[in-house]
Design a protein around this ligand. Structure first.
Ligand code: AHN
Ligand code: ZN
Length: 341
């Protein structure tokens, strides 16, 4: 070997050594960052009362299916308005006529309750409160309405309990919270309806185009959809990850820190057309969906009794309500903290 090639080899040795030092340096830095991240302290938040949330679900189900243009729907809507008022939230009712994919006109009502209405930093929490008019996934009674204990009432029940618990908190979080119960979410039909939402999400589409306060915005938003089934799994929903990945990470990290990682699965799931999509696209508010979906190889996309007459109270598990309710409550109290840089 010539002395010139020896020199080259020596150079190469130093290049490799340098690369190793840099890589090792970076790796150490990464693991330090991860350690710091896990150490973000959870601030005190009230204990979420899952039995109370369960009671709020039962109350809705007791009206019967809350199908638009029925007495049960009107009565349940009135109950939601009076309950939000009872807990001191400022309530706005947004009445509108929704046109369904099969050209029916619905007397629809979005119900909005605001906690701390003057605060500038606001979090938007939503659920749909209507029941599906037809149990098309049922093996037998396909034209019956759905009782919608999970697909509707569960999210509303958790949000009513969050309203109650904000009102009762000894130290109120210094943040604004808007709870919207969207109407007419579930009159969809992905086989027949030709529009981009397959007939779903009529209330959220209306609100996104006609916000209850002009110029309204929020730091971010979260709908809760089918959040009460036993053993529910919440995968990271596709549109949420595409449109608001940082919010997904915040929420799933907090859930994991609270010990709810068996519910909030660290895995990407299907993209679901839901109330967060119009709010993201039209109202331009980053919004993620907490929705029960199963891994792609499972036999159902959603919970077992989805859009059947078996979507009843028997499937509602207070343990699931606790995991979701405590996580969302913790998110609110975390966001109320002043930023530490
Ligand atoms: C679709 O099936 C396309 N979206 C489901 C939205 C939904 C229905 N959420 C509750 N029920
Ligand atoms: Zn549904």
């Amino acid at each position: 070997m010539s002395s010139r090639s020896n020199l080259l080899h020596l150079n190469r040795f130093f290049v490799v050594l340098l690369a190793f030092v840099i890589l090792y340096g970076c790796k150490t830095k990464t693991s330090t960052e991860q350690t710091t991240e896990q150490a973000i302290p959870l601030v005190n938040s009230p204990a979420f009362n899952a039995d109370s949330a369960y009671y709020f679900i039962q109350k809705q189900v007791d009206f019967g299916p809350r199908v638009p243009n029925t007495a049960a729907h009107r009565q349940c809507g009135d109950y939601l308005v009076s309950t939000l008022k009872k807990y001191g939230l400022e309530v706005t009712e947004q009445q509108f006529i929704a046109t369904t994919y099969d050209d029916k006109k619905l007397n629809a009502r979005n119900i909005i309750g605001s906690f701390n209405p003057k605060a500038t930093k606001r979090i938007l929490l939503t659920s749909h409160w209507d029941s599906r008019p037809f149990a098309d996934q049922d093996s037998a009674r396909k034209d019956q309405p759905v009782l919608a204990a999970n697909d509707g009432a569960s999210g509303v029940g958790i949000l009513l309990e969050i309203a109650r618990s904000l009102a009762a908190a000894s130290t109120k979080p210094d943040i604004g919270v808007d709870i919207i119960f969207f109407d007419a979410e579930d009159w969809g039909n992905s086989e027949v309806a030709k529009d981009k939402f397959s007939g779903y999400c009529l209330g959220s589409q209306h609100w996104a185009a006609n916000k209850h306060i002009s110029g309204y915005t929020a730091y971010f938003g979260i709908p809760l959809d089918m959040v009460g089934a036993k053993g529910a799994t919440f995968l990271k929903e596709g549109y949420s990850v595409a449109l608001a990945e940082g919010v997904v990470k915040t929420v799933w990290d907090i859930a994991a820190q609270l010990g709810y990682n068996a519910y909030f699965i660290d895995q990407n799931g299907a993209a679901i057309t839901d109330d967060h999509v119009p709010v993201n696209e039209v109202a331009k508010i980053p919004m993620i969906d907490i929705i029960h979906t199963n891994p792609e190889n499972a036999s159902n996309t959603f919970f077992k009794d989805w859009h059947t007459t078996h979507d009843t109270m028997e499937n509602i598990d207070p343990k699931t309500l606790k995991a979701v309710g405590q996580t969302v409550l913790q998110v609110l109290f975390q966001e109320a903290q002043p930023e530490v840089m």
